[in-house]
Design a protein around this ligand. Structure first.
Ligand code: SAM
Length: 265
């Protein structure tokens, strides 16, 4: 699989950290674990959400796992042990090296968009296997067809489509969010809840939100600068500028929906 966001360098690490800081207010809304809970951040990447989880649940025992050694190395070097060490475990999400019922909760963000269709149910089933009976898993995923701007930005829209196509051609799924309910049911989760979150942000939104979401998407485009094999790729800086400038256009708006699915073992 080609990782559409490019190499695990300091720019990508900083992007994931900023993304987690901005989005965790929504991703973690209503996600709860009890004191002393064992919590797995599955496909933790550079540890951006694991750090947010530890800050939110300081008395939980966190473990992070990911397929990529490069991401785990970045996670290790960016995470202070002062608030409790996080073991970083190298593992494929469909074959976890943990015993059954090892965790009270599993958190996972932005993994399934990067894996082939055939791996999705095995990954969810493996997350369920490592959960205690009654334990909760939460998966957060993209729904990229939901992206819309006003006024329309044809260059940004064309680039976004090229990016989602590249992701699909590489075996990923840019609209996996809408499939989460079916996947979680197939994996045997109970009490499955799907929680869409729609941003509808505009110049009148509370301070920082509109700018924050435009910055987030501009950085997603920029992260594909070296991996996107499309003639439009050279216009990414121009498109990113247009996105950031949208906040200064009277009447402008940005809409996007991502999905979370929560299920119980
Ligand atoms: C977009 S990053 C998300 C990282 C993190 N969850 C976050 O929200 O910042 C996707 C991560 O999934 C990992 N990944 C991809 N396929 C995987 C697999 N089969 N098993 C475990 N991790 C995988 C990649 O290495 C990458 O770190």
């Amino acid at each position: 699989m080609t990782y559409i966001h490019g190499a695990t360098d300091s720019v990508e690490t900083a992007r994931l950290e900023k993304q987690a800081r901005f989005l965790s207010r929504w991703i973690l809304d209503g996600f709860d674990v009890g004191p002393g809970a064992r919590l797995l951040d599955l496909a933790c990447g550079v540890g951006a959400m694991a750090r947010r989880l530890r800050a939110r649940f300081p008395d939980a025992h966190m473990v992070g796992s990911d397929l990529s050694m490069a991401q785990l190395r970045a996670a290790r070097s960016f995470t202070s042990d002062a608030d409790g060490p996080i073991p970083w475990v190298n593992a494929d999400a469909s074959r976890l090296p943990f015993r059954s019922a090892a965790f009270d909760a599993v958190h996972c963000s932005w993994l399934l968009e990067h894996v082939p269709q055939r791996a999705m149910v095995p990954i969810l089933s493996e997350a369920r296997r490592v959960l205690k009976p009654g334990g909760v898993a939460q998966f957060t995923e993209v729904e990229n067809e939901s992206l819309a701007f006003w006024p329309r930005l044809p260059l940004v829209e064309d680039l976004a489509r090229a990016l989602w196509k590249a992701q699909q051609d590489g075996g990923g799924d840019p609209i996996v969010g809408r499939k989460l309910y079916g996947l979680a049911m197939q994996a045997g989760f109970r009490d499955v809840q799907v929680l869409p979150h729609t941003f509808h942000l505009h110049a009148g939104s509370p301070y920082g939100y509109f700018r924050g979401v435009l910055e987030e998407f501009a950085e997603i485009l920029e992260s594909a600068q070296d991996t996107l094999k499309d003639p439009l790729a050279e216009r990414i800086p121009e498109a990113a500028r247009m996105l950031r400038d949208l906040q200064n256009v009277p009447g402008s708006s940005f809409t996007y929906t991502f999905f979370r699915a929560r299920g119980r073992n």
